[in-house]
Design a binder for this molecule. Structure first.
Ligand SMILES: Nc1ncnc2c1ncn2[C@@H]1O[C@H](COP(=O)(O)OP(=O)(O)OP(=O)(O)O)[C@@H](O)[C@H]1O
Length: 384
């Protein structure tokens, strides 16, 4: 299959309307992999596909790699069409400008570290002399801190070292787009957090456009320029880590990324264009929300919603409310856990429990009356 002429684009990767259905299972119904997946990745950016197991992250990545054939949609890389369901264009995986690191790293156990890293240079599209292969591989092993292991069997590497080797091998392909499928999931928690910083710094150093798959929201928040949150084969929200965390567009995103109190209620007044504040009637009382994403259809008075507030945005003060003000509610401590730098408490406002981060020195025990102040600026109205 020939690649069509290059179209100029600021985006390294563009996917539009991608859909993949898998063959019918025993029940006779085809299983939905992904539906209407559309996003673009600017050059040199780090984009993460985030979502729970089965939401379609790997299917999206595999379609990008050419390992799955989508039923609908288009994929282009650096302006060059890779896939189009309409005209049947489908560039084969080895001709796409990508390198992929699978979850299991794909390292050959019967080869030494050097030979594993050299593999794409010896058997890839471009031919390199022996001397050039040697020089490039050693330079890359040095970059990833594996020089002294070049002569070891790859099975003698630790999990973190294997991950670095897999990355080195992928980068030696000089890909335009690097695809990483949960590359840290086999490592323990401590190593994961140090390697995610390392991985991000390699990505920035090499400036390679990267698409990263994970179900770990901490990884996604820490590493990404952009996060695509997926749920049941569809995109729930696309945004920067800040956008996703501070202004979730749906209950699913609020709950999946970070910890959130979600209180059901109804919209007090219709929300017209340009509105900056929403008041919601809830079991807690009337809550003022100064944060919301306007839905496609403007919410009307009486429409059901959820008020979302993160635990760190609730202030807990000992004693009953002393002054009037928005979002100040009389509450009682239900439970508290001392964590050194703070207390994680559950307070009840009426019958509604709310999780909050309280001052480590707050002098309140279960049953004591306190005031819960929900910061209006960080109180979010969600209609979906
Ligand atoms: N080869 C297949 N045949 C049938 N259904 C499949 C196949 N691969 C994936 N699916 C289905 O497609 C949906 C998306 O799967 P996918 O592997 O893309 O999810 P994921 O988000 O990567 O999950 P995980 O984090 O568990 O790897 C799931 O419902 C899954 O069962």
């Amino acid at each position: 299959m020939t690649v069509q002429k290059t179209v100029s684009s600021d985006h390294s990767v563009e996917i539009t309307g991608l859909e993949k259905r898998y063959a019918p299972q025993r029940s006779g119904e085809s299983s939905r992999g992904i539906e209407d997946v559309t996003f673009a990745v600017p050059r040199s950016e780090f984009l993460t596909l985030l979502g729970p197991s089965g939401c379609g992250k790997s299917t999206t990545l595999r379609c990008l790699a050419g390992l799955e054939t989508a039923d609908r949609g288009t994929i282009s890389m650096n302006g060059r069409p890779m896939f189009s369901a309409v005209d049947g264009q489908n560039v084969s995986p080895e001709r796409r400008p990508i390198a992929m690191v699978p979850q299991s790293y794909g390292i050959w156990p019967h080869m030494k570290v050097f030979d594993n890293a050299a593999f794409p240079l010896r058997y890839g599209r471009t031919t390199y002399s022996k001397a050039e292969t040697q020089q490039r591989v050693l330079a890359m092993l040095e970059q990833v801190g594996l020089t002294e292991y070049a002569d070891r069997w790859s099975t003698q590497l630790s999990g973190g070292q294997q991950q670095r080797l897999a990355l080195a091998r992928a980068l030696l392909c000089e890909p335009e787009v690097l695809l990483l499928d949960e590359p840290l999931s086999n490592l323990d928690a401590k190593l994961r957090s140090s390697l995610r910083a390392e991985l991000r710094s390699f990505q920035q150093k090499f400036g390679v456009t990267t698409i990263y798959v994970t179900h770990d929201q901490g990884e996604a928040l820490a590493m990404s320029d952009t996060i695509v949150v997926m749920n049941q084969g569809r995109i729930e929200q696309i945004g920067s880590p800040n956008d996703i965390y501070d202004s979730p567009a749906s209950r699913f995103v609020a709950d999946f990324v970070g910890s959130a109190n979600l209180v059901p209620g109804v919209t007090e007044t219709a929300v017209g264009p340009g509105a900056r504040v929403v008041e919601a009637k809830t079991a807690v009382g009337v809550v003022r929300c100064e944060r919301f994403t306007s839905p496609a259809t403007p919410p009307t008075a009486g429409q059901e919603l959820f008020v979302c507030i993160r635990p760190e945005n609730i202030r807990v003060v000992a004693g009953a409310p002393e002054s009037e003000g928005p979002n100040r509610f009389s509450a009682r401590i239900l439970s508290s856990e001392y964590l050194g730098d703070r207390q994680e408490v559950v307070v009840t406002v009426g019958d509604t429990p709310l999780r909050a981060h309280a001052d480590a020195h707050l002098d309140a025990r279960p049953g004591d009356e306190v005031t819960a102040v929900l910061d209006p600026l960080w109180t979010i109205a969600l209609w979906s």
